[in-house]
Ligand binder design. Structure first.
Ligand code: HEM
Length: 413
């Protein structure tokens, strides 16, 4: 029998705006129905996959479970609107997450080298400067109460993205506005009067200018690599280039900012872990992985079965969609020792926060380095962080984390 309230909660952004509700829902699903046929009102049905092993089983078999045609959960109303706007296509953009097979490999290869550890390492010094700037901003606020996310954590990853895309500092505020609207989901506070259609149009308009500029004047940034790439002997298409920029600008921002703020919140709530990290900075890399597991800012991606398949005894039919619930896989009792304990030295930590397989996060090494550098700069300077109000999370079933983190900070003198 369908439990309508449970199914609706899976698709409802509000569930994810409250971590306790989110984890209660998925703990129940992992125990009672780990591969759950879900029929939320206003959405086409899909399977909700909540166990770590099952998510891995899907992610590992990219040829059997494809990203197209349904890589994310959208309401029927939204999908219809997209189809009417996009001449029958069910996606507003066609970036890496919407591609499969050879085409996906070809497009991913355009920037892959840019995101490998060797290349990322070359950015270390400049990213450190951006982190130092963030900590300097914090110094100014010593003794004050302010919102760590909106005033600090949201800016740092944006500046890193702008650094790799080679975008001018004067565009910061505009890009932040568009990204928030793009990822705000159903959260009215994040959308600020805009919507996903408008945000996509704004992104395209912005990046069209960047593309034209880099074709005329190529530099060594990622924007130039994309703008001047050649696919099957032809210059990259207009829509594909815009989609690529959008994927990078959008994917690299809220995820990393949300993780930084969620990581800080977890440290404030676990003072023993905070003291240990300050005393043992060598634990920063494993702490960052624990931040990502704990926050799981990407709530899901979807796949579609190319053929009939049996997953944990459930008969998945060809053409049916599966929603991989990463925050759930990351609290799976069968994989993680005490999954609800926040431990900066967790090892092993085989979390799924960056996904897995062919689509595994392209920016993973960059995100990890970025977060490690930020906390390496922050920890020795801060004497104390205190919560100065209620934190709040983005109400979205897709990507988001802490959106408000009122804190009081005392810096070391
Ligand atoms: C803590 C930060 C981040 C988290 C948690 C995260 C998470 C994810 C997840 C879960 C996926 C989907 C993986 C899958 O389908 O298996 C993904 C894909 C992707 N991410 Fe990230 N991400 C982060 C930061 C970044 C950054 C900094 C960038 C780039 C600047 C980036 C760029 C991308 C791109 C381009 C994809 C699509 C890859 C593909 O489909 O081949 N991400 N990310």
């Amino acid at each position: 029998m369908i439990d309508q309230a449970l199914d609706n909660a899976i698709a409802d952004g509000k569930t994810y705006g409250n971590p306790d509700d989110q984890h209660a829902l998925f703990t129940r699903l992992r125990q009672e129905d780990p591969v759950h046929w879900s029929e939320p009102e206003g959405f086409r049905p899909f399977w909700t996959v909540s166990k770590h092993a099952d998510i891995m089983e899907i992610e590992r078999q990219q040829d059997l479970f494809t990203n197209a045609p349904r890589s994310k959960l959208f309401s029927i109303e939204f999908e219809d609107k997209v189809r009417s706007l996009m001449e029958g296509n069910s996606n507003l953009v066609r970036g890496l997450p919407q591609m499969d097979g050879m085409e996906h490999r070809t497009y991913r290869q355009i920037t892959q080298a840019w995101f490998l550890p060797k290349q990322i390492k070359q950015l270390e010094e400049r990213i450190t400067q951006l982190a130092q700037r963030t900590v300097a901003d914090l110094e100014q606020r010593s003794g004050e109460t302010f919102d760590f996310y909106t005033e600090l954590a949201a800016w740092y990853p944006l500046r890193v993205i702008m650094l790799i895309l080679g975008l001018p500092e004067s565009d910061e505020a505009e890009l932040l506005r568009i990204t928030n609207a793009y990822f705000g989901g159903s959260d009215p506070e994040m959308q600020k009067g805009s919507d996903l259609f408008q945000a996509t149009r704004d992104f395209i308009r912005y990046f069209d200018g960047v593309s034209e500029n880099r074709r005329a004047h190529p530099t060594d940034d990622v924007a130039s690599v994309i703008a001047n790439s050649v696919i099957d002997g032809k210059p990259i298409g207009h829509h594909e280039a815009s989609s690529y920029y959008i994927a990078l600008a959008a994917a690299g921002h809220d995820t990393t900012g949300g993780t930084a703020a969620s990581g800080l919140l977890a440290l404030i709530q676990h003072p023993d872990q905070w003291r240990r990290l300050q005393a043992e900075p060598d634990l920063i890399p494993s702490a960052v992985d624990e931040f990502v597991r704990w926050a799981s800012p990407a709530k899901h991606f979807m796949r579609t079965a190319k053929q009939d398949y049996v997953l944990r005894g459930k008969n998945i039919k060809r053409g049916e969609a599966l929603l991989m619930a990463y925050p759930s896989g990351n609290r799976d009792e069968d994989v993680f020792d005490e999954p609800f304990a926040f431990r900066i030295d967790r090892s092993p930590n085989r979390h799924l926060g960056f996904g897995f397989g062919a689509h595994m996060c392209l920016g993973m090494m960059l995100a990890k380095m970025e977060l490690q550098i930020l906390f390496r700069q922050l920890l020795p300077r801060v004497h104390r962080f205190e919560l100065a109000g209620e934190p709040a999370w983005v109400q979205t079933s897709f990507v988001g984390g802490v959106k408000r983190l009122p804190v009081r900070v005392t810096m070391r003198s």
